[in-house]
Ligand binder design. Structure first.
Ligand SMILES: [Mg+2]
Length: 246
């Protein structure tokens, strides 16, 4: 019998190709800038750009950085309004053709094959669970899975889920590399406390630290070697499943 096994994945740059740039494409950074400009004004949009963009931070962390003196309720309102606008912009970009022939927001090389294989394994191993753990947004990520005909994960731990939970802890403790998103993933997928966890992400610092802090084994999606990285991930999944079922 397979021990509870949680497979977690980052989204942007790991699962979906949302960081790609191309003519006529609104990038994630540009969508952030436009949304901040709309909700807070031009000066704040400039501050965001000068501060290096989103840097894989959660929307709430970004807002707190931009408006450090805002009351928590105002901060959430700014975050929600800018998020709604940003997602509206980005949803129109999914499937747009990039110069390399790929689609903006399409699956990262190797993801679809690995995800399909993992979901095959899930059919015979009911305690194998999947989660997307991302500072992104549920509606956008769900659209990605539906658009590309891929099975939805068992849980999505996104900025929306964390925002709705209204945790009375600082934004940075609600986001990777803090452990709270993994705790929620465990709860939402129902795995036991001693579950094996394998996590994959493209941020060599934040995603790796997040895995380490959460007691998970980590696989890095290496730039230019994405398909290999996902194959390495699948091998680890298969080895773990085989080791427990022999
Ligand atoms: Mg990422």
């Amino acid at each position: 019998m397979l021990r509870d096994f949680l497979i977690g994945s980052d989204y942007d740059g790991t699962t979906g190709n949302t960081f790609a740039k191309g003519p006529g494409i609104i990038t994630v950074k540009e969508a952030y800038r436009l949304a901040i400009e709309r909700v807070l004004g031009e000066d704040y949009a400039e501050k965001f750009v000068k501060g290096g963009g989103h840097r894989n931070r959660s929307p709430l962390e970004i807002m707190k950085d931009l408006v450090p003196d805002a009351k928590p309720d105002d901060l959430r309102r700014y975050e929600r309004e800018s998020t709604n606008y940003r997602i509206k912009l980005l949803r129109t970009q999914i499937g747009k053709k990039l110069p390399n022939g790929k689609e903006w927001g399409g699956p990262i090389d190797g993801f679809a094959e690995t995800w399909t294989a993992v979901n095959e394994l899930k059919r015979s191993h009911s305690n194998l669970k999947t989660a997307i753990i991302s500072a992104g947004h549920t509606a956008f990520i769900a659209q990605f899975f539906e658009h590309y005909g891929l099975q939805l994960p068992d849980a999505m731990v996104t900025a929306d889920v964390l925002s709705e939970a209204c945790l009375s802890i600082p934004p940075e403790e609600q986001a990777k590399p803090a452990v709270m998103p993994m705790r929620l993933a465990r709860v939402l997928t129902g795995v036991s406390d001693d579950a094996k966890i394998l996590y994959i992400g493209d941020d060599p610092t934040k995603d790796r630290l997040f895995a380490e802090n959460s007691g998970a084994e980590f696989v890095l999606v290496k730039p230019g070697r994405e398909a290999e990285s996902w194959q390495e991930f699948l091998m680890k999944v298969e080895n773990a499943v085989n080791a427990c079922t022999l």
